[in-house]
Design a protein around this ligand. Structure first.
Ligand code: HH2
Length: 282
């Protein structure tokens, strides 16, 4: 059975409705809003705005992992994210940090982060052991390859089986390391070494994966290329309606957390879904 609550650092989050994770990029090169929030003041203002719009958590990222993204030295990632975590301590919602590096995890946990969102599923040396000593939530995501090259030629035997098996293995390793099941969130990693057909197969499989993996599932499709491929919209900013539609479908499929750029629009869609969806269709 999937957990009813998520232990998330200072917070215990009820999972009785899909939660909205608002994306706060503090990178100069993130694909959709890169460069706009790199100054601390702007980051704080944007985080407040996201919470005002209905964000249940904030995900702070200092390293873009978009296909082809440039390498960021660890000192630079620390310089970008640690001051933001410190400055947002009184925001009132959990602060997640999107990082793959144990060194960054250690620093942001010390600075008060409530969750580590890792696109490398705590594969960096020492990451599992570090998280075991904390009370933070973790998001373990699947990716195939490295962001620089992952879209070159992703190949799977069976994408749903491969991703499900990987997430189950990482979850077991995390639990064995001492991270309680009610702190673990899993994520199929849409767009991370996946062609459109892979992404679609994984999206279709969400209810089955959630049932099988017995963990809260996070879905991040906001403004992604797969939506551009389906709609013909090249610019990320033109993919907002497609993002909202897919967030609603992810919610309907049983996802616990929706990682989105467009918090207000997503929130409204979820409110309408909850109010107007016939109970018979659930
Ligand atoms: N996608 C991105 C980054 N982090 N984390 C999780 N758990 N799931 C995702 O799907 C996911 C993620 C996308 O990469 P980035 O280039 O950083 O873009 P943005 O943060 O604007 O979405």
């Amino acid at each position: 059975m999937t957990p009813h609550q998520l232990q998330c650092g200072r917070f215990t989050l009820a999972l009785d409705r899909p939660l909205i994770m608002g994306i706060l990029n503090v990178t100069p090169d993130s694909f959709s809003d890169g460069g706009r929030y790199d100054a601390l003041e702007l980051a704080v203002a944007h985080a407040r705005q996201l919470v005002g719009e209905g964000a249940d958590l904030i995900d702070i990222g200092g390293e873009s992992t978009r296909p082809g993204a440039a390498f960021v030295p660890v000192e630079e990632e620390l310089r970008r994210v640690v001051p933001v975590v410190e400055a947002l301590q009184s925001l009132g919602v959990p602060l997640s940090v999107d990082t793959r590096r144990t060194e960054v995890m250690r620093a942001v946990l010390a600075a008060g982060a409530d969750m580590i969102n890792d696109v490398a599923a705590l594969e960096d040396d020492g990451a599992l052991a570090l998280l075991a000593t904390s009370n933070a939530a973790v998001c373990l995501m699947h990716k195939l390859g490295e962001p620089q090259t992952m879209q070159a030629d992703p190949v799977y035997d069976d994408v749903v089986l491969d991703v499900t098996r990987y997430l189950a293995e990482r979850r077991t390793l995390a639990i064995d390391a001492g991270i309680a099941a009610n702190r673990i969130v899993l994520d199929p990693g849409f767009g991370f070494g996946k062609r459109l057909a892979h992404n679609i197969a994984l999206f279709h499989a969400l209810p089955a994966m959630i049932a099988q993996l017995e963990s809260a599932m996070l879905v991040g499709v906001s403004r992604k290329r797969m939506l551009g491929e389906l709609t013909g919209r090249d610019a990320a900013i033109d993919r907002v309606p497609a993002s909202v539609a897919s967030a609603m479908l992810a919610a309907q499929a049983g996802s616990a957390i929706l990682r989105v750029h467009d918090v207000a629009a997503t929130r409204d869609a979820l409110v309408i879904q909850r109010a107007l969806q016939s109970p018979a269709s659930n």
